[in-house]
Design a protein around this ligand. Structure first.
Ligand SMILES: [Cu+2]
Length: 342
């Protein structure tokens, strides 16, 4: 309990300080739901204190260079060619670069990114494909690409291997896409927590030969967070980086349409993250390495680097929440809506 109270105090102290400085007036509305700090309305009733937490205004997606709505369905299949042995070769280029990202309106975070976005591009291949990834470090610190999957030690991207490179250097990773499933990649330079928390991670989908059964929608969701005051505790939580994005911009689907979510947890500093779907249940495929679901549920949890595939459809039209069932995370940004149309 002592530790917990310290964490809470630290966060609140930051949020209070932020309201007066960096967060500015726009983001002060964010505090309304969190701490009841919004100014009372003319009838003296503090409406925000009863409603859901939410950000006021919009971050500048164009300046950020990415939009979480687009990230849901943005898959990078690489530059495709055929090898002499008939196998498919997929070539990708990833560049590490320092970049400021507006996380909530008015609050800019000095991120480290692959290709200028957080999360990094979702790389997608089919099991057995050859992958060739040219990695350039245009940042100010040593970085690497560490893939989850099966590959030789020298392609593992950890200290002591050729894949950990300094600023201005380049390295080509080459290995086969295996096993099929939902994986991820991230920087493995030390201190690891800092290199991950700064934004160097992305989803890596390996489809089974022949693919999964077709669905109406496939969405990529990377659960992450931001420690904007660098005290090794997260101040904001999100799916695909921007807190409350899918609450402010609900994801439209239709009754009866089949939905597949590729869900990855990369959250640093907190032990466990979770996903809860409202008024519905989903089939869950841990790590996506089997075509048979292991569970039919409405809530799953993942520790860092755990991931899994969710499949569901909605029976009734309406607006439905999805969010971390760690309630604190939900109130600090990890909450969204599906808009289910008739
Ligand atoms: Cu790094």
């Amino acid at each position: 309990m002592g530790k917990r109270m310290e964490i809470d105090r630290g966060r609140r102290a930051f949020l209070r300080a932020g309201a007066l400085t960096a967060l500015g007036t726009a983001a002060a509305g964010f505090l309304g739901g969190r701490a009841g700090a919004a100014p009372p309305r003319h009838d003296g009733h503090n409406h925000a204190a009863h409603g859901m937490a939410v950000t006021v205004g919009e971050v500048d997606h164009a300046r950020n260079g990415f939009n979480p709505t687009d990230i849901l369905t943005d898959y990078d299949y690489g530059r495709v060619s055929t090898l002499e042995d008939g196998r498919t070769l997929r070539e990708y280029t990833l560049t590490a670069m320092d970049k400021e990202i507006e996380v909530v309106p008015g609050l800019v975070y000095p991120a480290w990114t692959y290709n200028g976005r957080v999360p990094a591009p979702t790389l997608r291949a089919t099991e057995g494909d050859r992958l060739r990834i040219t990695f350039r470090n245009a940042g100010t610190h040593p970085h690497s690409l560490h893939f989850h999957g099966v590959h030789p030690a020298e392609m593992d991207g950890v200290p002591g291997t050729p894949g950990l490179i300094g600023p201005g250097e380049e390295f080509v990773y080459e290995f086969d896409a295996e096993p099929f499933g939902l994986h991820l990649y991230h920087c493995h330079a030390f201190p690891l927590a800092r290199h991950i928390a700064k934004g160097l991670y992305g989803a890596f989908i390996v489809d089974p030969p022949g693919g999964r059964p077709p669905v109406d929608h496939e969405f990529v969701m990377v659960m992450n967070g931001f420690d904007v005051d660098f005290d090794d505790e997260n101040d904001f939580y999100a799916v695909n980086t921007i807190p409350f994005h899918y609450q402010n911009h609900p994801i439209p689907i239709r009754v009866g349409e089949t939905v597949r979510i590729y869900l990855v947890n990369i959250l640093e500093f907190d032990l466990i993250n979770s996903f809860h779907l409202h008024a519905n249940f989903f089939h869950y495929y841990p790590t996506g390495t089997s075509l048979t679901p292991s569970e039919y549920t409405d809530t799953i949890m993942q520790t860092q680097a755990q991931r899994g595939i969710l499949e569901f459809s909605y029976k009734h039209p309406g607006t439905y929440m999805f969010h971390a069932h760690n309630t604190e995370f939900a109130e600090l940004g990890w909450a969204g809506h599906f808009l289910v149309l008739p």
